[in-house]
Design a protein around this ligand. Sequence first.
Ligand SMILES: C[S@@+](CC[C@H](N)C(=O)[O-])C[C@H]1O[C@@H](n2cnc3c(N)ncnc32)[C@H](O)[C@@H]1O
Ligand SMILES: [Zn+2]
Length: 300
Amino acid sequence: MDKKSPPVCNYEGSDYQQSFWDMGGRAYEDAAEAIALKRLLPSGGKFMLELGAGAGRNTPRYQQYGRVALVDYSRTQLEQARDRLGESGRYVFVAADVYHLPFVANRFDGATMIRTLHHMADPNLALGETARVIAHQGVFILEFANKRNLKSMLRHLLGKQSWSPYTQEPVEFATLNFDFHPQAVRQYLRRAGFEIEKQLTVSHFRVGFLKRWVPTGVLVMLDSLLQWTGRWIQVSPSVFTRCVAKKESQAAPDDALFQCPVCGTRLSGMGKDLTCESCGRVWEYSDGIYDFRISPPNEA
Ligand SMILES: C[S@@+](CC[C@H](N)C(=O)[O-])C[C@H]1O[C@@H](n2cnc3c(N)ncnc32)[C@H](O)[C@@H]1O
Ligand SMILES: [Zn+2]
C-alpha cells in the first residue's frame, strides 16, 4: 500500500448490520434515512455506485437505477450484501478502498455514500476520488455525521465536552470515527467539483428516552417534517446532501468499468480474475466478489 494512503476503518468480520441495525433499536433512524433518500434520489439512472455499502441495508432503495456497484473495504460485509440481494447482473460487488477506486473516470451517473465519510481521515481525498468516477451531471448523495448538533452544542455549553462543535476541523471522537462541520463538508464537496443542490437534516430525535417513550412512527413523521429545515440550518446528528458533478469530460463508454487501482490501466473482462497488462497485478474474483484491495487485511 502507498505509504501516504490514509488508514481504513476495518469492518472485516463485524456483525454491524445485526448488532447496530437489526437488533440495535434503530428502526427510527433507518426509516428517517429512507425518507431522506427518497426525497433526494433522481427519478431514474443507469449505473449507480454505492460507496461503503456495508451489508447492503440501503441498496434496495436504489431501484430507480438499472445497475448498482457496491463498494466496501470489508469483504465480509459484501458477502452479507450478496446474500441479502442475490447474485444477478444488477449488482456488482467490489471490495475496494474509497481512496483508490478501481473504476474508470466518469463511469457512473449516480453515487451515494451513507455513514461512510464518518470513517474518512482524509475527506478531500475520498470525495476527490468519488468525483473522478462520476460523470458530468451525475447525482451524488452524501450523508455525514454533524459535529455541530444540538447535543454537542449543549454538552459544550455545560462544559462536558472539550472540543468545540463550531470549528471547521473534523472531530475524531474514537479512532477513525469522525464528525464533520456542515460548512467544511460543503467546502470539500465544492473543491471536489460538486455543485450542492439540496440539504436535508435527518434523525433529529436520536435521543434514547424519546425513542423509548414516543412511538417510532410519530418520531419518523416529525423528522420527515423537520428534514426540510436542513436547507437553512443543520443541527441534527446526520445530514444528507444532494450534489451534482460538474465535468468537462465525456461519460465513459458503456463497456468500460474497471481500472487497476495501482497504476490506472483499464482492465477488460468481467466475472473472472483480472490481470493488469501494465503492472502485472492480478485482481481476484471469487464467489461473486471482485477484490481490488491493494493490501487486504487478514480475513476474520
Ligand atoms: C457505518 S458502515 C455503513 C454501511 C452502510 N452504508 C449503511 O449505512 O448501512 C461504514 C462502511 O464503510 C466501509 N468503509 C470504511 N472505510 C472504507 C474505505 N476506506 N473504503 C471502502 N469502504 C470503507 C466499512 O467497511 C463499512 O462497511
Ligand atoms: Zn496496474
